[in-house]
Design a protein around this ligand. Structure first.
Ligand code: 25A
Ligand code: L14
Length: 340
C-alpha cells in the first residue's frame, strides 16, 4: 500500500530534491500533489517519468486525503499552512524554522533521536532541523555516547544553495560579471557581495549579536540531544560554494579520547563516512559530497586548546542530508513505526 504525498514549495531547490529523493528511495507514493506559490501555478515537474502540474497553494480549497506533506516553502508559509494540512489529516514534515523549538513538535534526525518521532500527535507536525545542525549532530552523537561532549565551538562554511534558488543565481551572476570585467550587480539575496568573498551573516542578527542561524546551532542541538547543558558557540559564514556546507568543529569531550578511537567510533556510526588520510591528501570536500546523503568527516585530530578535546572537519550536501533526505527519512520512519 502507498501514501498520498504532498510537496509544498515543490519548485524550489529543496522541493525538486524531495522528488528526486522520493524516487531514488522508492518511497511508497500512491499519488503526488505539488504545491508552490501562484508564480509557479501550471508548471510541471517530473516524478518517475510522469509529469505533475504544480498547484497554487493559496487556491487549494482543502487538503483532505493527503497522508504525508513535505514542506519547504519558507517559515511564513509553514506557519500558516502546516496546521491546515494537519487539521485535514496529514502528518507534516516541515523544513522551515517555524516549528522547530515548539515543545509540542518533535525535532528529528533519524540517526540521532528517532524515538522522538512518536511524540507528534499534538500538532501532527514534525520539524526537520537546520541544515548546519543536522550534519553536526550526526557526527556529534556517536562521540557523545562514547566519551561525552561538554562544549562545541564551530565555524561553518555554508553554500549559497542554503538561501534558495535565487541565491544560487546571484553567485553565478556576480561571478560572470567579475570574470568579464563588468561592474558586479548589487547584492540582493545574500546581504553582501558573495563572489570571491566570505559573509559572516546568515539569517538575522539577534540582541546578543549572534545571528539566528548561529543560535539555531545551539538551541536545536540541545533539543535533539536532550542535553540542556551542552554548550555550542557558532560562527556561521556564507562562502562562494554552490552546494555543500563545511564545518570546522572543535569539541571538549567528557573524557580523554584519541583521534584513532574517534575514527573507529565514526566508522561504525550510521550515516557517517570517514575520509581522513592527510598523508594522501584525503579529507572531505563540498565538491565531492554533492548529491550524497551521508555526512562526511575528516581532519580528525586532538584539539590543542580543549583538554580533553577533538577537532574535525564535517561536510554534507545541505539540500540532501541537510533538508530533503532527512525529511524523507523522517517520513520513512513514520511508516516503519506504523504512525501513518
Ligand atoms: O522564508 P525563509 O524561511 O527565510 O526561506 C527563504 C527561502 O530559503 C529557501 C527557500 O528558497 C525559501 O523560499 N529555504 C528555506 N529553507 C531552506 C532549507 N532548509 C531553504 N533552502 C535550503 N534549505 P527556494 O527558492 O529553494 O524555494 C522556494 C520554494 O518555496 C515556494 N514558495 C515561496 N513562497 C510560497 C511558496 N510556495 C507556496 N506558497 C508561498 N507563499 C517557492 O515557489 C519555491 O518552490 P515559487 O513559485 O516562488 O518558485 C520560485 C521559482 O523559482 C524557480 N526555481 C526554483 N528552483 C529552481 C528554479 N528554477 C530553476 N532551477 C531551480 N533549481 C522556479 O521556476 C519557481 O518558479
Ligand atoms: O533551515 O542558508 O533554518 O540561508 C534558513 C537559512 C536554512 C539555511 C533554516 C540559509 C535555514 C538558510
Amino acid at each position: 500500500m502507498g501514501y498520498r504525498v504532498a510537496v509544498v514549495g515543490a519548485t524550489g531547490e529543496v522541493g525538486r530534491t524531495f522528488l528526486k529523493v522520493l524516487e531514488e528511495r522508492n518511497f511508497p507514493v500512491d499519488d503526488l500533489v505539488l504545491f508552490a506559490s501562484e508564480r509557479s501555478e501550471g508548471k510541471t515537474l517530473t516524478f518517475k517519468g510522469k509529469e505533475y502540474e504544480v498547484k497554487a497553494l493559496t487556491k487549494a480549497p482543502s487538503f483532505k486525503g493527503i497522508d504525508i506533506a513535505l514542506f519547504s516553502a519558507g517559515s511564513s508559509t509553514s506557519r500558516e499552512y502546516a496546521p491546515r494540512f494537519a487539521q485535514d489529516g496529514a502528518v507534516v514534515v516541515d523544513n522551515s524554522s517555524a516549528w522547530r523549538m515548539d515543545p509540542e513538535v518533535p525535532l528529528v534526525v533519524p540517526e540521532v533521536n528517532p524515538e522522538d518521532i512518536r511524540d507528534f500527535h499534538r500538532k501532527r507536525i514534525i520539524a526537520n532541523p537546520n541544515c548546519s545542525t543536522i550534519q553536526m549532530v550526526v557526527v556529534l552523537k556517536p562521540i557523545y555516547d562514547y566519551a561525552g561532549v561538554k562544549r562545541v565551538v564551530v565555524a561553518t562554511y555554508q553554500s549559497v544553495s542554503g538561501a534558495g534558488a535565487k541565491a544560487i543565481r546571484e553567485l553565478e551572476e556576480q561571478t560572470k560579471a567579475w570574470c568579464s570585467g563588468r561592474d558586479l550587480p548589487e547584492a540582493r539575496h545574500i546581504p553582501k557581495r558573495i563572489a570571491f568573498n566570505c559573509v559572516p551573516h546568515i539569517d538575522v542578527f539577534l540582541e546578543n549579536d549572534y545571528t539566528k542561524e548561529e543560535m539555531k546551532m545551539l538551541n536545536e542541538t540541545r533539543k535533539i540531544m536532550h542535553d540542556e547543558n551542552i554548550k555550542v558557540s557558532a560562527t556561521c559564514v556564507r562562502v562562494p560554494v554552490f552546494y555543500g556546507h563545511s564545518e570546522a568543529v572543535h569539541l571538549e569531550t567528557g573524557r580523554d579520547i584519541t583521534p584513532e578511537e574517534v575514527r573507529e567510533v565514526l566508522k561504525e556510526a550510521p550515516g557517517v563516512v570517514v575520509v581522513d588520510d592527510p598523508e594522501k591528501g584525503l579529507y572531505p570536500l563540498a565538491t565531492d559530497v554533492e548529491g550524497r546523503d551521508e555526512v562526511f568527516v575528516g581532519r580528525i585530530r586532538r584539539d590543542l586548546s580543549f583538554n580533553p578535546g577533538i577537532a574535525m572537519w564535517v561536510v554534507a550536501d545541505n539540500i540532501r542530508k541537510g533538508a530533503a533526505t532527512n525529511a524523507v527519512q523522517i517520513a520513512e520512519l513514520l511508516i516503519k513505526e506504523g504512525l501513518v
